[in-house]
Ligand binder design. Structure first.
Ligand code: F0G
Length: 418
């Protein structure tokens, strides 16, 4: 069951926060930091009372996930025009994206329900994560891809983890429709973000950020938006923390979409009158989504947190990615929306220089190696690399190599450090 019988909207997991209030304290979560044993060694299950309070520990499917780094990189903050910028790297999860935090929740519920098969449609990361977690739990994983534009790192993962993969001549939005219909007919459990247990896991990103900041609330959380599962989960998680008194105010959430896949941004511009689906197209293939299923929950996040929605071009995404990569942190294209979007919101005067910002990096740099090579070798249509790294060729000659190495070093961050 994923939708409400009467209104057709997506379901939420509802926690009895008033009953949890006496036991759920900062001290409880502090006491589990550094835990070596399951389930509290996971950055999701450390917050078990707010994820799935009554599940028995032996039902939990955990790798474990989470415990990802929160980086502070002065050069990237300077490039954006803010004093304080943190990057939360969700690409450091077991399969290289934030989806693992959702999948631990989803697979745990699949096991509890006694399901044998789990399925998703995916732009790539959900399928990599589902394939791994299904294999780990001993269930069959089924993944529907579009037959073009799936980043090679992601496709390879689903195959490696042994999922039943189907490439379909349709885009993500159509594939999601198909997986929901086929799964209903065949009794397969759907683990796209229509599944509320996925979002429960993903909201732990906010819990972990706040705990890493010693519960000091940043002014902004900036997150890429595709199917809007993360954006929805973040709003719910932050609202819960606030209701429980673990934080004293809510940060503002900024959702950043790629210009070619920006139905939420378009709706935001029109005062959220309604969602008008688009035919999506962007180099950030992870978020090439034109009809986000979590639209209503993402709008709720914007309302709860006094948030904003922005869009960025593919050029802006790839240049921001080049800088994140050259800082040594690295991420996949969609993740770079966080940096590109922060910079744009500073330019627009919405984020102030003195504001503290946490940007979410959603996927690992190795997910999409083709995008990297094509950017730096200037092979991307309609994109000119502003921060190229040159790859040199040399014969096996000391003179030739010396000539190369005696040139002025060209790290793109040198110029932005100013
Ligand atoms: N960043 C990355 C790297 C993603 O893989 C996705 C979504 C998003 C951002 C957007 O997150 O959908 O919660 O708004 N990828 C999905 C997938 C759609 O199939 O892997 P969202």
């Amino acid at each position: 069951m994923y939708v409400c019988d009467s209104c057709g909207g997506l379901l939420d997991v509802h926690h009895d926060l008033d009953a949890l209030k006496p036991t759920v304290t900062r001290a409880l979560f502090e006491s589990r930091l550094g835990a070596l044993d399951a389930p509290y060694n996971s950055g999701v299950w450390r917050y078990k009372e707010l994820i799935y309070p009554d599940i028995s520990d032996d039902m939990i499917v955990s790798r474990p996930e989470g415990n990802t780094n929160l980086y502070r990189q002065a050069s990237l903050a300077a490039w954006c025009g803010v004093d304080t910028l943190y990057l939360k790297h969700e690409g450091e999860n077991p399969t290289g994206s934030f989806k693992d935090r959702g999948m631990t929740g989803g697979l745990t519920q699949a096991r509890r329900l006694g399901m044998q098969r789990v399925a998703c449609a995916s732009t790539g990361n959900t399928s990599a994560s589902l394939a791994a977690y299904a294999a780990f739990a001993g269930l069959e994983g089924i993944v529907f891809f579009q037959n073009k534009q799936v980043a090679v790192g992601k496709l390879a993962q689903a195959v490696a983890y042994g999922a039943t993969g189907v490439r379909i001549d349709a885009d993500f939005d159509k594939n999601l429709e198909l997986v929901r219909t086929v799964s209903e007919a065949l009794g397969i459990y759907v683990l796209n973000s229509v599944n509320p247990f996925r979002l429960e896991g993903q909201k732990s990103i906010m819990f972990e950020v706040l705990q890493q900041l010693k519960w000091n609330v940043p002014d902004w959380i900036v997150v890429p938006g595709g199917n809007l599962g993360n954006s929805s989960a973040f709003g719910k998680g932050l609202w819960e923390l606030h209701h429980l008194g673990l934080i004293d105010r809510l940060p503002r959430v900024a959702i950043i979409q790629a210009e070619g896949a920006s139905p939420l941004y378009e709706a935001y511009q029109r005062g959220f009158d309604r969602l008008v689906p688009q035919k999506a197209d962007t180099i950030a293939t992870a978020i090439k989504i034109g009809n986000p299923v979590n639209y209503a929950k993402a709008v709720r996040t914007i309302h709860w947190t006094n948030g904003v929605v922005e869009s960025v071009t593919d050029q802006e995404i790839m240049d921001a990615k080049a800088l994140i990569d050259a800082s040594g942190i690295g991420c996949e294209p969609a993740s770079a929306c966080s940096l590109a979007g922060t910079s744009k919101l500073v330019e627009a005067g919405i984020i102030q220089r003195g504001d503290s910002v946490v940007g979410i990096l959603t996927g690992h740099v190795l997910k999409d190696p083709e995008a990297i090579i094509n950017y730096h070798s200037d092979q991307l249509p309609h994109i000119r690399p502003a921060y190229p790294t040159r790859l040199y060729e040399s014969g096996p000659s000391v003179e030739e190599l010396s000539r190369i190495l005696l040139r002025e070093p060209a790290n793109p961050l040198k110029s932005v450090r100013g």
